[in-house]
Design a protein around this ligand. Structure first.
Ligand code: PLP
Length: 438
């Protein structure tokens, strides 16, 4: 017997058969709307992808026009939208020289392909990734992922991935309260791993330049540049996974530009179309792309450079530029910084707040001294946070929650008033959960 009607489909990442939550049927700006007319403020841009808010007319128009003109052509043939979008995208890449792009359907596939490219062109096997990371759920990307979302996919995970600890000052894996010392120890740790794993067999270091859903960590100055130095020293490539932190999320088109470190490849997805249409890709330095001028590029997907996805990307790029959204997160950062600090003063369950741009994480703890998370990190009973998330939804707020971490990442179009109202409701619901969180 099916427990309820929602059991006709599998809800990703969720226990199945639980009572259905609100059913969404439309959206506009920063609000989602349920089929019975309730409004819900999207404080996490869906899954940190609706950077442009919902229903942006420029993107919708671009998609509609493309649907009328050309829906599909083989990816081995040319289409005008792919030519135009890739030209515009590459012109904005963070490298002073030229760049080229390979398109995929999403972020996990982009990481799979970036890693395959790195292995192919270096002739080396091993990829170094952080334990606190999420890189996707395809077989390859799941193996790259450091957190517990890897575990269920490991039955067929390919080898050649070595995980390392990256800085995380709130719960330092390097046992130091000093952030600068943490960076030194973290770089020493990864360099020892490189030595131990055979420096001649390290193809790439892959990292989210701002750690997203597996902890929301903004790396201290010196860490990412240190990784750059180590990668170059040992002839490995540096790949930035900007699937979540790219496309204006931290106040520049690419996060690499704000953190001031040049990787060799950037993987992207989500914000590239504002989440309107699935699209991902790998941006690479021209020197890497050029290797395949003489030999076939051995990777591709039916939907690589799909005309409708390309049109959505073009429309999104136009919308980001027209509305000044690539840098708007810097303004939102100021609002979030001060509003969340104010909320933290009154709510003991908030252990730590950290973030950059429109990308903030709130860690909920039972005790600020011991920093014990309100629910176990990685695995264990998550009922408390599921109840908290459901209570937020019932009050008209969507917040992405992973274990004891709440990610506040509103659309870059959010007004200060909407953000403040949403954070006030978040704080009210948190206060109601105070006793259960002790
Ligand atoms: C940093 C990062 N990389 C990769 C992915 C996987 O992207 P997708 O779900 O499009 O495969 C995600 C998804 O959340 C992500 O946050």
């Amino acid at each position: 017997m099916k427990p309820d009607v929602s059991a006709s489909f599998m809800t990703p990442w969720s226990r199945q058969g639980t009572p259905p939550g609100p059913v969404f049927s439309s959206a506009s700006g920063v609000h989602l709307r349920t089929s019975d007319g309730q409004r819900c403020l999207d404080l996490s841009s869906g899954l940190m992808c609706a950077n442009l808010g919902h229903g942006h007319p420029t993107v919708i128009r671009a998609i509609r026009q493309q649907l009328d003109a050309l829906c599909f052509v083989s990816p081995t043939l040319q289409n005008d939208s792919r030519m135009e979008f890739s030209r515009r995208l590459c012109a904005r890449a963070p490298w002073p020289g030229d760049a080229r792009v390979h398109f995929t359907t999403g972020g996990g596939e982009a990481n799979d392909d970036a890693v395959k490219i790195a292995r192919l062109i270096t002739g080396r096997q091993k990829i170094l990734c952080a334990y606190r990371s999420y890189h996707g759920t395809s077989t390859g990307a799941a193996a790259l992922t450091g957190g517990s979302r890897r575990w269920a996919s490991e039955q067929s995970a390919p080898g050649g991935v070595v995980h390392f600890f990256a800085p995380y000052p709130y719960r330092s894996p390097f046992h130091t309260p000093d952030r600068t010392e943490e960076v030194h120890r973290a770089l020493d740790h990864i360099e020892r791993i490189v030595q131990q794993e055979n420096p001649d067999n390290i193809a790439a270091i892959l990292i989210e330049p701002v750690l997203g859903s597996d902890g929301l960590v903004v790396y201290e100055e010196g860490y990412l540049s240190g990784l750059r130095t180590i990668a170059s020293k040992y002839g490995a490539l540096l790949i930035h996974d900007e699937v979540m932190c790219g496309f204006g999320r931290i106040g520049e088109m690419f996060a690499s530009q704000r953190v001031g470190v040049e990787p060799d490849m950037i993987t992207f997805a989500k914000g590239v179309t504002g989440g309107y249409i699935p699209l991902g890709g790998v941006l690479m330095r021209e020197e890497i792309a050029r290797i395949f001028d003489g030999v076939p590029f051995p990777y591709g997907h039916t939907y690589s450079g799909h005309p409708v996805c390309m049109a959505a990307g073009l429309g999104a790029l136009q919308a980001y530029d027209d509305d000044g959204l690539f840098v708007r997160a810097r303004e939102i950062e100021k609002w979030l910084g001060s509003d969340l600090a104010e909320i933290q003063r009154n709510i003991p369950a908030i252990g730590d707040i950290r973030g950059i741009g429109a990308f903030f994480g709130i860690e909920l703890v039972r005790d600020r001294e011991t920093r014990e998370p309100v629910v176990p990190w990685q695995s264990g009973d998550q009922t408390l946070m599921s109840d908290f998330q459901a209570a937020l939804l019932s009050r008209g707020i969507w917040v992405y929650i992973k274990f004891n971490l709440c990610v506040i990442a509103p659309p870059l179009t959010v007004s200060q008033k909407d953000l403040q109202d949403g954070l006030q409701i978040f704080a009210d619901v948190l206060a109601e959960f105070n006793i259960r969180m002790r």
